[in-house]
Design a protein around this ligand. Structure first.
Ligand code: QUE
Length: 352
C-alpha cells in the first residue's frame, strides 16, 4: 500500500481517522484534507457508521495546523489563484466535519493549533489531556485565526478571545474546559484505552464512556489572571491594549503572561493583530460556523496575497530567524482603510 499521511478505517460502527504525519506534527497537507473531506462525505451517507473518532499516530501532536510551507509556495508562485486551492481544500474539510451529522470525538493529545484547533473545535466531544497545548498562532505568520475561530474564540470572554487571537497565547486543557474549548479532560496515558472502548461501543454510550475516563483538571492558569486580561483586552483600541500591557509590565517585570503579551505586540504581524479585533466585531452576531468559514476563506484570499504572509512563514518555519519584517510595521500604521480592503468580499470566488 502506498504511504499516506492520513488513515481511515472502520471498526464495528465507528469510523476512525488517524493523522499520521508525525515529522511535521501532523500539519495538514492538501492530500490529507482532500482525503478527509472525501472519506467523511462517504461515511456521512453510510448507515453502518454511527460515530467518528479523530486521533493522531503520535502523542506529541494532534495537529499543528496547515501545511504553511506549501501554502506559501502557492502564494508566491505567480499563479493568479495563489494559495486559494490550499485554503479551499482545508476549509472544505472543516465543513465536511461540521456537516457530518453524527457524533465526532477528537482525542487531542499534545499540540492542537491553527487548523488542528479547527478540527478539534468542530467536533462534538473535544477530549484533552495534561499534554494538550491549544493555540491559534496565525498572527505570527501574517495570517489570522481562521477555520471558524471567530466563533469558537468569539464564544470565550471577549478579552480572552482577543488575548488568544492577537497574541497566539497557548492554553492547556484546564483553561480549555473553562472556556468551552474542551468537553472532557482525561489522562494522556488512558487515551489508548478510551479510543479502544469508543471504537467498539454503541453510539449512545459515547458520552458515558468519556465520562468514565474523566479526571479533575486542577486549576486553570488563565482564571488566576482574568483581571489582568480583562484590564488589558477589555475594550478600546488595539493600540491602547498594547500600551496598557507595556505599562503594567514595567511594574510587574516578573509576570510571564504580561511579558509574553508585550513581546507578541512587538513581534507579531500588526495587520493580523488588528484584523482579528475587527473580525470579532464583525462576527459578533454570527452563529453559523459555515458562514464564519466562508468569511475566513475570503479573508485568507486577501491576506495570503499580502507580502506579510510569505514573510511570516519565512521567519517562523523556513529561516527560523523569528525576525519578520512586516509591512506596515506598527499598529499605528495599519489604517481602517487597509482593514476595509481585507474585508471587501466583492469579486472573490465562493468557497463551494
Ligand atoms: C503559526 C502557524 C503555524 C505554525 C507556526 C506559527 C501553523 C503550522 C505550523 C507548522 C508546525 C510544524 C510543522 C509544519 C507547520 O507552524 O499553522 O509544517 O512541521 O502548521 O507561528 O499558524
Amino acid at each position: 500500500m502506498p504511504h499516506s499521511d492520513i488513515h481511515f478505517e472502520q471498526t464495528a460502527t465507528a469510523g476512525l481517522v488517524t493523522l499520521d504525519r508525525p515529522d511535521a506534527l501532523n500539519a495538514l497537507t492538501m492530500d490529507m484534507v482532500l482525503a478527509f473531506a472525501d472519506q467523511l462525505s462517504r461515511w456521512a451517507r453510510d448507515e453502518s457508521v454511527t460515530h467518528l473518532l479523530l486521533c493522531s499516530s503520535s502523542p506529541r501532536a494532534f495537529c499543528a495546523g496547515g501545511d504553511i510551507k506549501y501554502a506559501r509556495q502557492l502564494a508566491i508562485s505567480g499563479d493568479p489563484a495563489g494559495a486559494e486551492p490550499y485554503f479551499r481544500a482545508e476549509y472544505l474539510a472543516d465543513i465536511a466535519l461540521i456537516e457530518f451529522g453524527k457524533p465526532v470525538i477528537a482525542l487531542c493529545d499534545g499540540i492542537v493549533m491553527g487548523g488542528g484547533g479547527g478540527l478539534a473545535q468542530h467536533s462534538q466531544h473535544i477530549v484533552m489531556t495534561e499534554t494538550t497545548r491549544f493555540a491559534m498562532p496565525e498572527s505570527a505568520i501574517g495570517l489570522f485565526p481562521d477555520v471558524g475561530a471567530s466563533l469558537f474564540l468569539g464564544r470565550c470572554p471577549k478579552s480572552v478571545a482577543r488575548l488568544m487571537g492577537m497574541t497566539g497565547h497557548v492554553v492547556g486543557a484546564a483553561d480549555c474546559l473553562l472556556l468551552g474549548l474542551a468537553t472532557a479532560y482525561v489522562p494522556s496515558a488512558s487515551l489508548i484505552d478510551l479510543k479502544e472502548k469508543l471504537l467498539h461501543c454503541h453510539v449512545d454510550q459515547v458520552y458515558k464512556i468519556i465520562k468514565q475516563f474523566q479526571i479533575d483538571t486542577g486549576q486553570s492558569l488563565l482564571s488566576s489572571q482574568r483581571q489582568l486580561i480583562d484590564h488589558i483586552f477589555g475594550d478600546g483600541s488595539v493600540e491602547s491594549m498594547r500600551d496598557r500591557a507595556a505599562g503594567l509590565a514595567e511594574n510587574m517585570p516578573h509576570n510571564k503572561l504580561l511579558g509574553a503579551i508585550v513581546k507578541a505586540f512587538e513581534t507579531r504581524c500588526p495587520l493580523s493583530i488588528k484584523l482579528f479585533d475587527r473580525l470579532l466585531f464583525e462576527t459578533n452576531d454570527l452563529t453559523d460556523p459555515i458562514a464564519a468559514i466562508e468569511l475566513d476563506f475570503h479573508l485568507a484570499l486577501r491576506m495570503t496575497k499580502r507580502a506579510d504572509f510569505a514573510e511570516g512563514i519565512r521567519a517562523v518555519v523556513l529561516d527560523k530567524d523569528q525576525a519578520p519584517q512586516w509591512t506596515p510595521n506598527s499598529l499605528e500604521a495599519v489604517t481602517e482603510t487597509m482593514l476595509d480592503a481585507v474585508f471587501d468580499r466583492s469579486g472573490l470566488p465562493s468557497l463551494r
